[in-house]
Design a protein around this ligand. Sequence first.
Ligand code: ZN
Length: 243
Amino acid sequence: MRIAVLSDIHANLVALDAVLGAVGTVDGIWHLGDVVGYGPEPDAVVARLDSIHARGVRGNHDAAALGGSEIDSFNPDARAAAEWTRDRIEEPTQAWLRALPETLVSDDSVLVHGSLRDPIWEYVTNTAVARASLRLLADAGAHIGLHGHTHVPIAFRDDDGRVEVIAPADGSNLRLDERRVLLNPGSVGQPRDGDPTSSWLELDTEQRTVTWRRVPYDVAAVQDAVRARRLPDRLADRLAFGL
Ligand code: ZN
């Protein structure tokens, strides 16, 4: 099976459609949460994911959009956008978000937004944090942990107890073997690795490979939409820098 793994779409429909166009025909679309928040088109993004039967998990911004106390930990820009999202999203969007589990297991893969230890909140940014999730992956009897939340494409691989960090570029691929690995596809809707193009991951479960991919989208159009909805200016500005 060829699966496209998307994370942190953040209500950016233009970016999502650019990615889906580049993905082409696959056997499945998986998402790793933060479908909404920050961006201008939450209802349309959820409708698109629903129409293509995407399967995935809940992120902190999705929980906040449903009225969760997660909003209390947000910075002022994220909070303003979350409040706007709460007020705006329609019932079918709420129902779709509410149905997202915190963790999803599919064959040899475990899907979470943050980490296996704390699916909603924990940022896997270093080997010490990665090690805890790799251990839980072993407990689950799975080899592939898929997570987002940091908006930075990266992999952490358990090499006999030593955690190896792999920083992928566009087109980088990794052969999957018996070593357990955490894979972060980066962000579709708000990249933060200094590259403004949308990032995602292709997982081929038969070839046992993963490939990181990038695609540009019309950033200016999304910035206009952010400003037209009077979301914080900084949320428009940052899209141009990928930060
Ligand atoms: Zn996010």
